[in-house]
Design a protein. Structure first.
Length: 282
């Protein structure tokens, strides 16, 4: 559902219209992030990206809170002054100064981090030099990499094992509000090889989406079946022999998702959610 909602037909057509777009870009084999008919490969953002992202978010949230608090206190002071309380010009002046100083501080955090992202995108943003793991549909192997954070150890293989030897675990961790958050991970039954799927599928407040994600991963790794019929995989369907034969046999339109209008797409999203709920909730 997360993929359906984020990658609608309009977004897919926007990506397609970009200059030089192709389902087989030249840098694809060496890129630490990959999602196509051959493999799922994942890596995380750099620590710098996370650091500047936190600063920018803190600036945005802090500025909003200061402005909201300043307006609220101004209204409160005005009501107290009208009611005969000893609230005078000096109180409003002190509130104005405090609000201005805090607003400038949080604005500097927000603007400074945004400026760094704009002027030095390669320094502030980006991903680790190497991948963390890879699920390869062609070979049926799972590759876990040793240390993707350093260029000297990026792409160094720690484990390469068959997919069918991994068990999937549905994990539950509390959110900041104490509510359960579900995510998936794979663990080898004998070796200390782990794959955390939360980076690709995210965490969810219900376990149905995670169970559906695991079924999709199993479908993806099964070369006797076509690729999962989702928007993000559509442009890769002609590149996978099993999927191509299936689509030719069933008459599936090559641009089923990409040429869909928004109203029809939203209807498909609701129908898909209903089917997921009925199947996984019984």
């Amino acid at each position: 559902m997360r993929e359906l909602q984020k990658m609608g037909p309009a977004k897919l057509r926007e990506y397609e219209s970009m200059p030089g777009h192709t389902p087989r870009p030249p840098d694809r084999p060496e890129h630490p992030l990959r999602w196509d008919e051959e493999c799922l490969r994942f890596t995380s953002q750099t620590k710098r990206n996370f650091f500047f992202g936190i600063i920018r978010a803190a600036g945005m949230v802090g500025l909003g809170m200061v402005i909201f608090a300043g307006i609220g206190l101004s209204i409160l002071f005005a009501l107290m002054s009208a009611g005969g309380s000893q609230i005078g010009y000096s109180h409003f002046l002190a509130l104005g100064k405090t609000t201005s100083i805090l607003s400038l501080f949080f604005l500097a955090l927000w603007g400074g981090a945004s400026l760094i992202y704009r002027l030095f995108p390669n320094f502030a943003a980006g991903y680790q030099p190497g991948p963390m793991w890879e699920l390869n549909r062609r070979t049926g192997m799972v590759t876990v990499y040793a240390n993707p954070a350093k260029r000297s150890t990026a792409w160094r293989v720690a484990h390469q094992l068959p997919f069918h030897e991994f068990d999937c675990y549905l994990q539950s961790t509390p959110s900041h509000q104490g509510l359960p958050q579900f995510n998936l991970s794979l663990a080898h039954y004998r070796h200390e090889a782990y794959v955390t799927l939360v980076g690709v599928f995210g965490a969810s407040s219900t376990h149905e989406e995670q169970r559906a994600a695991w079924d999709m991963v199993q479908r993806y790794m099964d070369t006797s079946q076509p690729l999962p019929d989702t928007p993000l995989w559509e442009e890769f369907r002609p590149l996978d022999p099993t999927t191509l034969a299936h689509d030719q046999q069933t008459g599936r339109p090559p641009r089923y998702w990409r040429d869909m209008d928004e109203e029809t797409f939203q209807q498909k999203v609701h129908e898909h959610q209903d089917r997921l709920n009925a199947f996984y909730r019984g």
